[in-house]
Design a protein around this ligand. Sequence first.
Ligand code: THU
Length: 137
Amino acid sequence: MEKAIEYRSLYAAALETAARAYAPYSKFRVGAALLLEDGTIVTGVNVENRSFGLTNCAERSAIYAAVSSGVRKFTAIAVATPDSDYPVSPCGACRQVLSEFMSPETPVVFGPDYKRAVHTTLGSLFPFDALHELADV
Ligand code: THU
């Protein structure tokens, strides 16, 4: 039987990571946690910049860290936004980047805390994904 994904602990990793966000401008901390096939978790935070457009979201920070360490396959992602009072979903740019490395069935969990977290899939957040034929990956 397939091992059930521990969404609670994946979310907990995202929340713990959010404390390391660099968000002096928005004061909106975000932590993302990617689950790898072997159970390892790779995390990322939002990193802002005084040239605002250069801000990198937590989801993309996590993906870029994982890919930089040689990982390209992900089983699930959790995103924690402790400074919101409702579940804030990954932005459009991050959905596009997640779709580069995740199948539409990949679970996505996001929320200000685990109790209020939304459980969905990348395919629900990013329908009509296309152009995977452009690269042989
Ligand atoms: N942000 C993320 O890191 N991920 C999201 O899913 C939503 C937005 C960041 C970008 C910026 O640093 C701050 O949250 C406010 O938009």
